[in-house]
Design a protein around this ligand. Structure first.
Ligand code: ADP
Ligand code: MG
Length: 363
């Protein structure tokens, strides 16, 4: 389905979506600057669907995840213009206690490092039982039985015995499975996965992706899958949002993105798909680094690294335009809309920009 006016990074509200984010802005205030780590992104995910967010290290992916989870600590702040609606509830207006409840039962998160979620001094079984007690009120023998079932669900062999082991007795892949079991103990509707396979070797990585897909199919989970790895994105996503310096620069269904990448950044990421080095977060074929945005965008933040940049790219902030008649595919780049002259394209983007981001008062 193609959205009718994809002129901004602002998805059409979808009735069926379980998580819907509009204009999310998360800033970190330091003494001398405001870092706009997430700068006006919008997305929505439906039950049973996987939305991938891909971008280099430093593009704002983890801050996006933490913002949704209500886990941004000072000096960070989710600005009041932001909206995060989960299952009909505006999360940005919740108290700390109410947010904790959402984290317990509505939206779960798994991190790159499973040890962030596991306590080394308790057995894996005790941690799953504790999650069951807090979030579902299940205790005693029933909790043990459910914990065994959950370890079985995540394909941990010999679950009765492994319940009594400590996290350090598990391998990396098994630890991530245990964390997934702990998440499932909360029976979430949305699972946010922030680089969950990045620390694992390729074989284990593929197994975890497969496990997430199985669990998703069984439970109709909505998954937000964050990674810097285009190969993993291709495996798991239904749709993909490409993130750069706090913004989404391209959005498309996964096959469409790989077949017809439109933004020069996406094209660069695809050219840089690494062969074997899974732990290399640096992409070498796009020279330079992701900038740290500390001003409202009055330009294209990718322009300094873009092989196709022209003068206007440093002066006009591109907004999303539809780039397909058949797919819900948009990109924020002054090369589009296609088929128009450069002057017309630049004028199109200039006219869409909010008044406060128009790069000077000459307008
Ligand atoms: P990614 O997950 O895409 O690698 P992050 O979301 O972790 O990137 O970070 C995006 C940007 O947000 C970083 O470049 C950094 O400048 C800023 N940032 C993240 N956390 C903090 C913090 N606690 N204080 C200040 N700036 C931060
Ligand atoms: Mg990150």
């Amino acid at each position: 389905m193609q959205s009718t006016t994809p002129t901004a990074d602002d998805d059409d509200p979808r009735d069926e979506s379980i998580l819907s984010i509009r204009n999310l802005q998360t800033v970190f205030r330091t003494d001398h600057e405001h870092i706009r780590a997430v700068d006006g992104i919008s997305l929505s995910i439906s039950p049973g669907e996987t939305l991938g967010i891909v971008g280099e290290s430093g593009s704002g992916k983890s801050v996006t995840a933490r913002s949704i989870m209500g886990l941004v600590d000072a000096p960070g702040e989710v600005l009041p213009e932001s909206s995060i609606v989960f299952d009909g509830t505006e999360l940005t207006e919740l108290s700390a206690d109410q947010y904790q409840e959402v984290r317990g039962s509505g939206v779960g998160m798994i991190f790159q490092d499973p040890l962030k979620s596991l306590n080394p001094v308790y057995t894996v079984g005790n941690q799953i039982r504790e999650a069951l007690r807090i979030n579902r009120g299940i205790t005693g023998q029933e909790a043990t039985d459910v914990a065994i079932d959950l370890l079985e669900d995540v394909a941990i062999p010999d679950p009765e015995r492994r319940l009594d082991e400590y996290p350090n007795e598990f391998s990396g892949g098994m630890r991530q499975r245990a964390v997934i079991a702990m998440m499932l103990a909360c029976d979430p509707d949305v699972l946010i996965c922030d680089e969950p396979t990045t620390a694992l070797d390729v074989t284990i990585q593929a197994q975890i992706v497969e496990l997430l897909q199985d669990i998703q199919a069984e439970r109709d989970l909505a998954i937000l899958f964050i990674t810097h790895d285009m190969g993993v994105i291709a495996e798991i996503s239904d749709r993909v949002n490409v993130m750069y310096a706090g913004e989404f620069v391209e959005k498309a269904p996964v096959e469409e993105l790989f077949a017809n990448p439109k933004h020069p950044y996406t094209q660069g990421l695809l050219d840089a798909i690494p062969g074997t080095s899974v732990d290399d977060e640096r992409l070498n074929t796009i020279e330079g680094d992701v900038p740290t945005p500390n001003q409202p965008a009055t330009d294209c933040r990718f322009a300094p690294r873009c092989p196709k940049a022209f003068e206007d790219c440093t002066e006009v902030h591109p907004t999303h335009v539809s780039v397909s008649d058949t797919h819900d595919h948009s990109t924020a780049c002054l090369l589009y809309p296609e088929g128009k002259s450069r002057t017309e394209r630049v004028e199109h983007h200039r006219s869409q920009a909010p008044a406060d981001t128009q790069g000077g008062a000459q307008e």
